[in-house]
Write a protein that binds this ligand. Structure first.
Ligand SMILES: [Zn+2]
Length: 256
């Protein structure tokens, strides 16, 4: 069995045919999928879909760095309220994104730190988004790590050394569709990192693996990513399957 540790199946891209996508996912032996929130506008559909597919879909709560703008305090207070009143498997997705817009960098840092402290207080893992900001996000985690924080650097696209820093912090990296892209560098960079720190993810509907690149991503493509990871690390597919599943359950808890 496989786990998709990161997908946004509640977005409108899946509105029409989510039942089919779930069917394909189960056929592909992807038995659990973990859904990070984006911001206050996505909460209703996130909560709706995880209610519909309780056994296989597990919600997170947090505010994505690209949604940290003028009104970020209000956004944070909404997420905080949900975390206090409903059950979530993690705080996410949170982090720093300097690719799209640097205007709110200071606020992004503040919001990231606030949300990490929520995770600490609630004894939850957290899922990190970083784009053009991997050193900044690693530095933040390093600053706050007192041995009680854990989580995933989702969609890992860093160097071997950055991967080692993440491992030393006790964190995991999410391996997604970009491992199948020719010039992404992911294969070369993760080759010598331990499988013990890796989990699989799609980030659906984004970042489809080859040969579906450019089309909508779906959780049933996880085996394609697993296959490429096995080839890259030169281990058996079964080993990837077993270890990434164990890593995901260890972090998120075994589903009831
Ligand atoms: Zn995401």
């Amino acid at each position: 069995m496989y786990i998709d540790t990161h997908a946004h199946l509640y977005l409108e891209e899946f509105e029409e045919d989510i039942d089919l996508v779930v069917e394909l996912m189960v056929e592909a032996e992807v038995e659990h999928v973990y859904l990070p929130n984006v911001d206050s506008s996505s909460i209703e559909s996130l909560m709706g879909i995880t209610e519909d597919y309780k056994e296989i879909m597990h919600p997170m709560m947090g505010i994505h760095p690209c949604s940290i703008k003028e009104n970020y305090k209000q956004e944070l207070s909404i997420a905080e309220k949900y975390l206090a009143t409903s059950e979530f498997c993690a705080v996410g997705e949170i982090g720093i994104d300097l690719f799209w817009d640097k205007t709110f960098y200071k606020e992004q840092l503040e919001a990231f730190e606030i949300q990490i402290e929520w995770a600490r207080d609630l004894k939850l893992p957290f899922v990190i988004h970083s784009r053009d900001s991997l050193d900044e996000t690693i530095n933040m985690v390093q600053k706050l790590q007192k041995g009680d924080l854990n989580g995933i650097f989702h969609c890992f696209n860093g160097t071997h050394d950055q991967g080692m820093r993440i491992r030393d912090l006790g964190f995991l990296i999410g391996i997604g569709g970009i491992i199948t892209y020719k010039n992404s560098g992911v294969k070369e960079n993760i080759k010598l990192l331990p499988l013990e720190m890796m989990v699989l993810e799609t980030d659906a509907p984004y970042l489809s693996p080859v040969p579906f690149r450019g089309k909508r991503n779906q959780s049933n493509y996880i085996p394609i990513i697993a296959d490429q990871l096995a080839t890259t690390l030169e281990v058996k597919l079964e080993k990837v399957q077993e270890m990434t599943t164990a890593n995901a359950f260890k972090l998120y808890g075994t589903p009831k």
